[in-house]
Design a protein around this ligand. Structure first.
Ligand SMILES: *[C@@H]1O[C@H](CO)[C@@H](O)[C@H](O)[C@H]1NC(C)=O
Ligand SMILES: *[C@@H]1O[C@H](CO)[C@@H](O)[C@H](O)[C@H]1NC(C)=O
Length: 812
């Protein structure tokens, strides 16, 4: 493993020079015994010092000023927000330990004690028909619709500035149903909670009959505040509350369930089901001292609507309340501003899209920006010098997420794609996101690829994915975002935020250099993703998680001789963007320009990566196609029992060093995708021909990830791991392909017309299918089936799949 070499060297040299000096001293003094011991001691101390130094590098922050200088209340208009990406609805502030508010609901008729119908965290298992922010501007307001079987919940919120603690906000939750005449019963629970570290208190105010009239509190960030809940439409049959202590934000639902159980057990000995018609009451532990979790439960016959208003105590000159009609007006005004801005930015109406299509696009965009979260905590990281995982430093992360249900946390390479859509809408938000990510860089120039911060985030991640290893990369897609911003937002970038780019610059240099040094291949100008498992016999083709394309097939036998064409292109591209940024900031750009020219030299590229045999760009490595998963013969454990062994890989041909050219797909397209292949080259012609070929990558729904002709097309990687990047259609790389086709259709060259045709067709296919599948299923999906176009994998996945909006708008 290549570590940060220059640093290592200098320490070693120092240790040596200590020796040299001492040896000299030995000669001139007779008391050599003592000196020898001293020398040994110094050497040992130096060794331990050095070892300790190596151990701590992985979780030592990058040495330099932080990029984020304003956070929390420094940015009052983004202080409050829907920053809890993983819940259906809830607001919190951009503080490490914020007060949180949130919503749960259930149908009292069918609540089971296992809580499977109590909705709280976005969960695919809930099998909702759909839910998404239909409108959300990332700052001021949002409109969301949630369809849960026959029930429709509409959650909206609007903020209003005032005072010194981020102002007021009001939220509404309206429950209606699809069928007019069936009047179902629904219980809504709205809660307020604080953590131990929130530094503050909350309290339930009780009126007559022990009825909750409101919540008040005071925290370090918010000062004093009051929260009131009112019914504004329909009738409520039952109203109860709970004020208690929950042991953490990750067990709020469990705490509610436990209390519902207590309340019902009082009335009924039935263990498993609550009788229809009987009310479920939260036990009002209102007298409980120092609660950190206060829940109001409202049960009503649909339709009904509640309003929750939060008022900041420091907002002393408030003329009127943000409730009732004032709320309607404020929301209307924000919605109009949103629609106007949406048209200004994306121009879909003037491009002739229908109202339906525009509503879809607003949803796709809003659910991305509305999923932006604010997380705080420590990741687990590991290096070859640490015995096991060690904690990263405590840090905040402001970031969008790929999926509110399945991936409600930050992912490095996804975020670069999210940034394209977010930055055209709101440059300031995007720069803030980038700044947070770059502040997570360690002293080596490494940024962990998945950030799991805080109790709620951790609760959603399988153990094996928690620890991040500092030799592992992930595609440096923030260079895409920055390149895109230089192209579309240069004025804004330089006028307002010149300082941010300036501040980012040393970290960008460190990041580039980390890639350029640690991921280097055996031959000059070649690169290799680290982190493949060379010892496993479980996987048909050992995964390359670091490349972002998880199970996309590479050389069958990972070795140091491997070279990966996608990584080489990423680094060439990154060098080009670094040169542009350096030029923009009037720093020396030559080193980056030279690296870009060197890595994009098509002759060299072709020598290293063009397979003469397959006539396609390829990885190179120790490879054979003759692999298969087989189940070993059953083992007799005793006379009667036999053990079913897990399938293992069987290799029926000695692998040899060669181009890995039977795996045509996304990886082969990278010189095209990142616009490195020259417009007049014959390679470009061949690429366009191949990608348009329905027997290879082309489908009516977009480009599949791996050619149908590849031996590993749609193959399981272990008996438990279904194909992921071995056929399905992924939006992020399709977007880049469309963008590249657009580029090549706009530069002189013999393949211009062909590129144009592909551009138009591919773009149309993608947009049509994603909209069609949305209409059919209610969701944007992680990827799409490569034979029928159906949505597959996690959902809603409005992360990079929402790039469909940029395709519609033709912004590249
Ligand atoms: C109350 O609900 C009814 C039926 O859903 C709706 O027509 C009406 O506009 C609502 N009133 C208010 C004040 O929101
Ligand atoms: C990247 O690494 C290569 C050596 O592999 C070196 O020649 C080049 O100067 C480096 N580029 C930059 C910008 O540091």
């Amino acid at each position: 493993m290549v570590k940060n070499k220059p640093q290592e060297k200098s320490v070693k040299i120092k240790a040596k020079s200590v020796n040299a000096n001492s040896v000299k001293t030995n000669k001139s003094f007779p008391l050599s015994m003592n000196s020898t011991i001293t020398v040994i001691c110094i050497a040992i101390a130096a060794w331990f010092g050095y070892k300790g130094y190596l151990e701590t590098r992985v979780n030592t922050p990058y040495d330099g000023n932080k990029v984020v200088i304003a956070s929390g209340l420094d940015i009052p208009d983004r202080y409050w927000g829907t920053y809890r990406s993983g819940v259906y609805f809830g607001l919190k502030t951009r503080d490490p330990h914020s007060l949180v508010t949130g919503l749960m609901w259930y149908s009292p008729h069918i609540l089971r004690y296992d809580g499977s119908v109590l909705r709280h965290w976005c969960d695919q298992g809930d099998k909702l028909d759909r839910y998404a922010w239909l409108e959300h501007d990332g700052r001021t307001f949002g409109v969301q619709e949630i369809v849960d079987k026959s029930i429709i919940l509409r959650t909206t919120f609007v903020k209003r500035p005032g005072g010194y603690h981020g102002g007021d906000w009001t939220a509404r939750i309206a429950v209606s149903q699809k069928k007019e005449n069936s009047r179902e019963e629904i219980s809504l629970l709205f809660y307020t909670a604080i953590e131990e570290s929130t530094k503050g208190w909350i309290k339930a105010n009780l009126g007559d009959y022990n009825r909750l009239t409101g919540i008040e509190g005071n925290t370090q960030g918010l000062g004093s505040f009051a929260i009131n809940l009112n019914l504004i439409n329909g009738t409520v049959e039952e109203h109860s509350f709970l004020a208690t202590t929950a042991s953490g934000l990750n067990v709020l639902k469990e705490t509610v369930l436990q209390n519902l159980r207590i309340a019902t057990q009082k009335g009924s000995a039935e263990k498993h089901i609550v009788l229809a018609g009987e009310q479920l009451l939260l036990s009002p532990e209102g007298k409980k001292k120092d609660p950190n979790f206060i829940v109001t439960q409202v049960t009503g016959k649909v339709p009904f609507e509640i309003e929750v208003s939060y008022e900041s105590g420091s907002f002393s000159n408030r003329i009127d309340k943000l409730t009732g009609q004032n709320y309607d007006e404020a929301l209307d005004k924000q919605r109009q501003l949103f629609s106007k801005k949406f048209e200004n930015v994306f121009k879909l109406k003037s491009k002739g899209y229908t109202d339906d299509e525009m509503t879809f696009a607003k949803m796709a965009f809003s659910n991305l920006i509305g999923s932006i979260g604010y997380f705080y905590g420590t990741s687990q990281v590991q290096s070859t010098y640490t015995q096991g995982p060690v904690p990263y430093w405590k840090a905040p992360l402001y970031t969008a997420v790929p999926s509110r249900s399945f991936f409600p946390r930050g992912f490095l390479w996804d975020e670069g794609f999210h940034g394209l859509l977010i930055s055209v809408w709101d440059t300031e938000i995007e720069l803030d996101i980038i700044s947070h990510w770059f502040d997570l860089m360690n002293v080596e120039g490494w940024i962990p690829r998945e950030m799991i911060l805080g109790q709620e985030a951790l609760a959603k991640v399988p153990e094996e994915f928690v620890t991040q290893i500092n030799t592992n990369a992930n595609p440096p897609t923030f260079f895409l975002t920055l390149d895109f911003m230089l192209k579309h937002k240069e004025q804004e970038l330089l006028m307002h935020n010149f300082k941010i780019l300036d501040k980012l610059y040393p970290r960008l240099q460190a990041w580039f250099s980390w890639f350029n040094v640690t991921q280097v291949g055996d031959l000059p100008s070649t690169y290799r993703w680290r982190g493949r498992d060379e010892t496993t016999n479980r996987e048909l083709n050992p995964k390359t998680l670091t490349s972002g394309l998880d199970d996309y097939p590479r050389a069958s036998h990972p070795t140091a001789a491997e070279r990966h064409v996608d990584l080489r292109c990423w680094i060439a591209f990154a060098a080009r963007v670094m040169a542009k940024i350096a030029e923009t900031l009037s720093y020396p750009a030559q080193k980056y320009q030279e690296t870009f020219e060197y890595l994009s030299d098509n002759n060299l590229l072709n020598k290293l990566h063009w397979s003469p045999n397959a006539q396609a760009y390829s990885d190179y490595g120790l490879h054979t196609d003759k692999v298969a998963l087989r189940r070993p013969p059953q083992k007799q454990r005793s006379h009667s029992q036999s053990v079913r062994m897990e399938m293992v890989r069987v290799v029926s041909e000695e692998p040899s060093l060669k181009f890995v050219d039977t795996t045509f797909g996304y990886v082969s397209l990278f010189p095209f995708i990142l616009q490195i292949v020259e417009p007049d080259s014959s390679q470009l012609g061949k690429i366009l021909q191949d990608l348009r070929d329905p027997y290879l990558l082309w489908t009516r729904y977009g480009l599949r990830s791996l050619a149908k002709t590849s031996p590993l097309h749609m193959k399981y990687n272990t008996e438990h791991d279904p194909p992921y990047w071995r056929g399905p259609i992924w939006m992020n790389l399709n977007y880049l392909t469309v963008r590249a086709a657009y580029y090549y259709s706009n530069v002189e060259g013999p393949h211009r017309e062909h590129a144009k045709k592909i551009y138009e067709e591919l773009r149309k296919n993608l947009i049509q299918n994603i909209i069609k599948q949305y209409k059919k299923t209610g969701y944007l999906w992680e990827h799409y089936d490569n034979s029928e176009g159906e949505g597959k994998g996690s959902h809603p996945f409005t992360g990079w799949t929402s790039l469909v909006v940029l395709l519609m708008a033709e912004i590249y």
